[in-house]
Design a protein around this ligand. Sequence first.
Ligand SMILES: [Zn+2]
Length: 239
Amino acid sequence: MQNHLIDRRGLLRAGLVVGGLLAATTSAGTAVHAQSALPAAGTAPEQRPATPDAAWARLREGNRRWVADTSTHPHQDAARRAEVAQKQDPFAVVFSCIDSRVAPELVFDTGLGDLFVVRTAGQTIDPLVTGSAEYGPAELGTPLVVVLGHQRCGAVTAAAESLHDHKKLPGELNTIASSLRSAYKRSGGDVDKMIRINTIDVVKLLKKDTLFAPRIAKGQLKVIGAYYSIDTGEVTRLV
Ligand SMILES: [Zn+2]
């Protein structure tokens, strides 16, 4: 058996064959999948950020790549799937809106096992949502929580219109509008201001959380607020 004796040239040939197959499927519109199956630059194993500041720095680096259209799509392959199959240890919780244009793993150029993601319309919060945000820091020592508001938030816009016109939204949509009432009143009707006020309100609320406050005092956890620009892709820290 010569299976163990395949030389570099043989491997190269094998690679070319595989490459040929991939190229053959490219015309069928699977080019993106073929590319994503290859290891991307900059995906070498890295230490999971252990401190709040290191975690924020990692998110900022990823966001800079996203803005510059140089995303490396780390941790999005079968090897990573196997690595985190039995155990997860994400370095941040991102609490963002449900908006389809604000996907945290894309915005921060992260992958599988990197983030806990909690999403509600307008990142509105209640005890159920708080419980989901608490899980990572309380159980796994996740060092960072980011509350992420965003430009042109449809949920906040709809809530502002409903509150302005004194017209109830149907179903539980009105619960969302109600929870944004305080931010609306302090925004003077400016939706973008309302988005930022609500984001900061949620940060303040989470900082007082009984599971978070002791960790924050010890420097083990930070809760920060940020704003995502739909136009540029940039995340800017608010608080
Ligand atoms: Zn939104």
